[in-house]
Each structure stands twice: as C-alpha cells, then as structure tokens.
Design a protein around this ligand. Structure first.
Ligand code: FAD
Length: 262
C-alpha cells in the first residue's frame, strides 16, 4: 500500500511537469504497478483531465495518448487492422480484462519494464514517444534512456506498411512472460525485438543480410541463431538463460514463417 499526501488533478501538461520536478511527486497512470509499492507520495499528479485517453488515427500514423488503457489498445479496430492484430496479441495475456481496463500506455511505456509486452511490440514498429519537455524521441532511443521527471504525453506509431507478428511465451496464462518477441518486415528487411530476457527489449536488425526477400528454411534458421547470438539472456525463477535463448530462436523462426505466409 502507498500513501498520497496531496492529490492534484492537473489542468495542463505544464502544471503536471512543474509538479513532477519534485522528487516526492509522482504522475499517476492506472496505479496498478504503483499500488504494489509502499512509498509515500507527497504530490500525486492525475492526468485524467487532459484528454490523453484517445487513440487517433491520422493519415500517416496512430497517436496513442498516455492515459489510453491496454484494453483500448486491444480493442481498437484501426490499430489492429493496420498491424494485423499484433498490438492486441501483445497485451491480451496481461493479467485479465479488468486489469487491462486500468493499466495505461503511459505507465507501461514510461516504466520500460524488462518484462514489458507492449514495449517489445512498439520497438519493432516505427514508433516514438512524445515527452512534454523532451519532444519526440524514437522508441529505440527511449528504451535505453535513463529515467527522468518528464511526462509521457503520447506514443506515435508510423503507418509505414510493415508486417509485424507478436508472440510471447508464458509458463502459465496471465503470468509475466518468459520471453517476448516481435518480428517485423519493412522494405523487404526483417527486424526483431526481444524482451523479458529478462532485461528490457532490444532490437536486432539483419545487418549481415542473412535473409532473402522470400527466405528459405535454412536462411531462417541461420537468422534465428544470429538473433540469439546478438542478445544477452539471463536466468530467473521463470526460466534459465539457455531456455530463453532456445525459445528466442523458436519464436523468431515461427514469426518469420508467419510473415512470409501473409
Ligand atoms: C501483477 C502485475 C502483472 C503484470 N503483468 C504484466 C505482463 O505480463 N506484461 C506486461 O507487459 N506488463 C505487465 N504488468 C505491467 C502493467 O501492464 C503496467 O505496465 C503497469 O501496471 C504500469 O501501468 P500503470 O498504468 O498501472 O502505471 P502506474 O502504476 O500508475 O505508474 C507506473 C510508473 O509510471 C509513471 N507514469 C505513469 N504514467 C506516466 C506518464 N504519462 N508520464 C510519465 N510517467 C508516468 C508513474 O509515476 C510510475 O512511476 C503487470 C503489472 C502488475 C501489477
């Protein structure tokens, strides 16, 4: 349980940013992660009055506000039509519907959890975060940036026509993932994001041109081995690093086969 001394529903992002510069202040998302902690929050900053709970489809991108819930991502028709259900697949195993109705995109992406399903999926898309002070930053940079006191305003995903497949492995449904994997094909090239290693998601590109446009089984196996060799895997209570490395090759192989068949 945590304790909040002062609760402020802000009227602007500037007000939220100013309040958040104190080390004892915290922005509130859906509170599902924060409520597991025990800290005392001097000033709790509620963004729910700022209209950040919308997914907007534009001609060249989707804009997803920080207060959009994981359930909104899961059920948004345009988003899932364009990315062939990959975004839905990345959140559908997170706990349960009631949980996903509260957990927010802002809380999930700003936290950059090592186990994050949506972070892995967004990393394999041409996506960006818009920070109130920091501006627009590519997800592939943001994922490794140190935490600061900025406010995540929205996530932007470009409509660049890529094909993407999202998979994860869990020991039991609704548990934290053992491994997360998103494979995308853009401009005839493949990109792979792998998370829950159990470190934060990382991106691997086919820099050695192992895969041809219509990859053979042999090329796919070589590329899966290459991806696993580029990443560091660790062990925890859910799985060993050896199992994670093996799983990575399996999920990459399956995903490329699925994309090839689309
Ligand atoms: C039991 C449990 C199981 C889970 N399982 C999974 C899983 O299997 N896969 C998975 O991917 N995730 C999982 N999660 C994580 C979950 O999906 C959310 O990512 C997490 O709860 C954070 O979202 P929230 O909206 O609850 O954020 P909060 O708990 O409200 O906030 C989390 C942090 O983000 C900060 N924050 C929130 N919004 C913003 C913003 N707009 N700008 C700047 N900072 C902000 C807060 O200050 C806080 O530090 C799990 C969480 C729990 C509690």
């Amino acid at each position: 349980m945590f304790t909040i001394k002062k609760y402020v529903v802000v009227d602007s992002l500037e007000e939220a940013y100013e309040l958040n510069q104190s080390r004892k202040a915290n922005v509130l998302g859906g509170l599902l992660w924060m409520k597991m902690g025990k800290k005392t929050i001097q000033t709790a900053i509620d963004l729910s009055n700022l209209g950040l709970d919308k997914i907007e489809e534009k001609e060249d991108c989707f804009e997803i506000g920080a207060m959009v819930t994981l359930r909104d991502l899961e059920t948004h028709e345009g988003l899932n039509k364009y990315f062939r259900g990959a975004i839905k697949n990345s959140v559908k195993s997170i706990v349960g519907v009631q949980f996903r109705n509260s957990a927010t995109v802002g809380g999930s992406i700003f936290s950059r959890f090592g186990f994050s399903d949506p972070l892995t999926c967004f990393l394999a898309l041409d996506s960006y975060v818009k920070l109130y002070k920091g501006g627009i930053i590519p997800m592939k940079e943001f994922v490794d940036m140190p935490y600061d006191n900025d406010i995540l305003e929205k996530v932007i995903i470009k409509k660049d026509g890529r094909k993407i497949v999202y998979t994860s492995h869990r020991n039991i449904s609704t548990d934290f993932p053992v491994l997360t994997c998103a494979v995308a094909k853009v401009d005839k090239k493949f990109e792979v994001a792998v998370g829950a290693r159990p470190q934060r998601a990382a991106l691997v590109l086919d820099e050695e041109n192992i895969l041809s446009e219509n990859p053979t089984a042999d090329e796919i196996q070589k590329f899966a081995d290459y991806v696993a060799s580029k990443l560091v895997f660790g062990s925890n209570m859910r799985a060993s690093k050896e199992f994670r490395s093996h799983l990575c090759k399996v999920l990459v192989r399956r995903s490329i086969n699925e994309i090839g068949g689309m």
